[in-house]
Ligand binder design. Structure first.
Ligand code: 5GP
Ligand code: ZN
Length: 118
């Protein structure tokens, strides 16, 4: 738990969220302000500020986080196959457009038209 971190408060249950997946290491929930028909946020339970802080030793859990994405996309309503799919975004730092300082993957999908983030 990192002081005054919104997503740490969602992990602890202090702030509610519409969860789509939870295990020992990760949590996924619907974005409160969706930018596409499907817009899910996937976060690690450990507090990491952004991809700017990742080092080689993080490859194991980060790889497991990445491997969750296609399953969560399908479970959340993204369509399968080449006509379906999803977009994966992570914003890092102010210049990257990051607003919440806890590493998160945006999983965006659903039938177009939608423009994604920004
Ligand atoms: P960032 O700009 O940091 O990459 O994205 C932060 C995302 O968190 C935004 O898409 C925003 O809508 C979402 N968000 C902000 N506050 C909350 C909240 O309290 N609950 C949920 N579910 N999403 C939030
Ligand atoms: Zn946090």
């Amino acid at each position: 738990m990192h002081d005054n971190c919104l997503f740490c408060k969602i992990i602890s249950g202090e702030i509610p969220a519409r969860k789509v997946h939870e295990d020992d290491d990760f949590l996924a929930f619907h974005d409160i302000n969706p930018a596409a028909p499907v817009h899910v946020l996937l976060i690690p339970k450990r507090h990491v500020t952004s991809l700017q802080d990742i080092v080689a030793e993080d490859a194991g859990w980060l790889g497991r986080m990445m491997a969750l994405v296609p399953k969560l996309a399908l479970d959340s309503g993204c369509r399968p196959g080449p006509d379906g799919g999803f977009r994966l975004i992570t914003n890092a730092g102010r210049d990257g457009g990051q607003e919440v300082g806890h590493l998160h993957f945006h999983i965006l999908g659903g039938e177009r038209p939608w423009t994604g983030l920004g």
